[in-house]
Design a protein around this ligand. Sequence first.
Ligand SMILES: NC(=O)c1ccc[n+]([C@@H]2O[C@H](COP(=O)([O-])OP(=O)(O)OC[C@H]3O[C@@H](n4cnc5c(N)ncnc54)[C@H](OP(=O)(O)O)[C@@H]3O)[C@@H](O)[C@H]2O)c1
Length: 252
Amino acid sequence: MRITLLTAGLAAMLLGFGPSQAQESQTIVVFGASGNIGGLVVAEALERGHAVIGISRSPDRLTVEHPNFTARQGDVTDVESFTEVTSGADSVVISVQGNPEGDFDPANSTHARAASTAIAAFGAMEDAPYVIQVGGATTMLDTVEEMIAAAPMPVAEGTQPYSFLIGHRVALDTYLASDIDWTVITPPFGILGYSFGGITDTTRRGEYRTSTTGFVTDADGNSSIYVADLAAAMVDEAENRAFVRQRFTVGY
Ligand SMILES: NC(=O)c1ccc[n+]([C@@H]2O[C@H](COP(=O)([O-])OP(=O)(O)OC[C@H]3O[C@@H](n4cnc5c(N)ncnc54)[C@H](OP(=O)(O)O)[C@@H]3O)[C@@H](O)[C@H]2O)c1
């Protein structure tokens, strides 16, 4: 499936969905608004006219100045906090990672706990917000052994990289077993313009393709996306809800 922003109107007519400037304005809560990917989601959503509530454990870190932006303190692993800050939202973006100090159990990773928190908060709620969580590329692979072999860094059980990697698997499995409206957007291994030190390039091609079954690859077999297009895909999904209760990935 190819999504091109330039042909958004036509795509919307033909396919019943697609990025659109004519979407109704939403209230989108972003956990991870202080982070690399979450920060770009905030910018993209504001650019499209949505109201954005950025969540951080330390909201002083959120320096976005925009009339439609609000910074709030919140914890994605705390059901009470999560429920409070997402009240009245249309969509909730979760773009987080981390571990409790010295605890490398994947089930306790922040991204795994975010999934169970969202389900605890929204499981019994009518018209709950749509949850869009960023996943991990290795979860496209079937087994833990394959995931470890494909990881871009050495991964030994009991270490933080293991917790990061497998935590995304736990999060995905947690959503799959739930009955809330969720999606996990799994980035490809190649996120262009992104490094663990920050965003290095905000190029936005304005197009990408999606898949629910395997990495999206180009003619040379490469799978990649600029981080700004990844953020755009997340806001597109908030607007279009094309992958409810499914995981999908993106690439060129
Ligand atoms: N190719 C791939 O598969 C790939 C590549 C890169 C990233 N990712 C995934 O994409 C996601 C975002 O990555 P990133 O590099 O943008 O992250 P990042 O820059 O490290 O930011 C992490 C965010 O998590 C938030 N956070 C941590 N614990 C929290 C808590 N308890 N409550 C609320 N917020 C919390 C932090 O907010 P505060 O500290 O302000 O509270 C921060 O904004 C992660 O899940 C990451 O694993 C996948």
